[in-house]
Design a protein around this ligand. Structure first.
Ligand code: PAF
Length: 281
């Protein structure tokens, strides 16, 4: 596994792959890798000759509520896991390498950036779009793999890639879950044992309950959202949103919509958990 700490080192390796006509699949990460990330890496391995992973705790996508300084940093273990997965190249830039003094350009994806996660975390998606665009420009992959757990992020990246003609195929990988149903996430590290084992899995359980009700014919989505919000709040969560949306554009779901997604965000202790579940009617 080659380790590139700066852009020039990365470009040299990428030029080599391209001159051998080797294809590249890219997995951007914030580090603190878990099985969810490794499932993205394995997907990447299936679809290209070379697998490139970046580990960069991107300061521009953090807001006050989620403290950049508190984000778990586990570089040594991350590198060990990536070596075991036999990836080809890991890119590990420092913040001033990605955002040198005076950087002023940002990527904005209108509309989708302002709702749900974007509404709760102003500026977050601009930070995500900007860093992913920069990483795409540096790596120039053929394919990039993103998790469905961050459903809105995935839609934002697809929109950006289409609108800015990146010519990169975006592959979605299913959400990796613990046995309890809890979606794997670095934020789960902020939970204590009791929260993690006894309460956090209820978020997915409630999404599953909504799914079941919709499949059974319930169409009063506002009522479903309200009921589940109350249940979760009684169980110790502080729910940010539970929303049933059209899966193609995240507009508020209408009675006749056939492809839906139930999106959830809720605080549990110090962790802000997000999850989602697709419903096809
Ligand atoms: O999903 C993440 O881990 C981050 O938002 C990403 C895509 C690596 C950008 O920093």
């Amino acid at each position: 596994m080659i380790q590139a700490n700066d852009k020039d080192a990365l470009r040299v390796v990428m030029r080599g792959y391209r001159s051998n006509s080797e294809t590249t699949a890219f997995v951007p990460t914030l580090g603190n890798l878990h099985d969810g990330h490794l499932s993205l890496v394995r997907k990447a391995r299936e679809v290209a000759d070379r697998v490139v992973v970046s580990i960069f705790i991107n300061p521009t996508q953090f807001d006050k509520a989620e403290d950049l300084a508190a984000y778990p940093r586990t570089l040594e273990n991350d590198l060990k896991l990536l070596k075991q997965e036999k990836i080809d190249l890991v890119f590990l830039p420092e913040a001033d390498e990605m955002y040198p003094e005076g950087s002023a350009a940002r990527v904005e994806v209108d509309g989708i950036s302002d709702i749900l996660e974007g509404d709760s975390r102003p500026g977050h998606f601009s930070g995500v779009a900007t860093i992913v665009a920069k990483l795409f420009n540096l790596v120039q992959p053929d394919v990039s793999v993103f998790g469905e757990k961050d459903f809105q992020q995935l839609m934002l990246i697809r929109r950006m890639v289409d609108d800015l003609d990146f010519g990169i195929e975006i592959i979605a990988a299913p959400t990796a879950r613990e046995e309890s149903g809890l979606a794997m996430s670095s934020r789960n590290n902020y939970l204590n044992e009791q929260q993690r084992n006894a309460i956090a899995p209820k978020l997915y359980a409630e999404l599953t309950a909504i799914h079941k009700s919709i499949q059974a014919g319930v169409r009063d989505y506002l009522k479903l959202q309200k009921e589940v919000t109350e249940v979760l709040n009684q169980q110790g969560f502080t729910t940010d949103y539970i929303e049933i949306r059209n899966a193609s554009d995240l507009s508020v779901a209408q009675e006749n919509d056939k492809e839906l997604v139930i999106l959830a965000s809720a605080w549990l202790g110090k962790a802000r958990l997000i999850d989602n579940l697709r419903v096809s009617l």
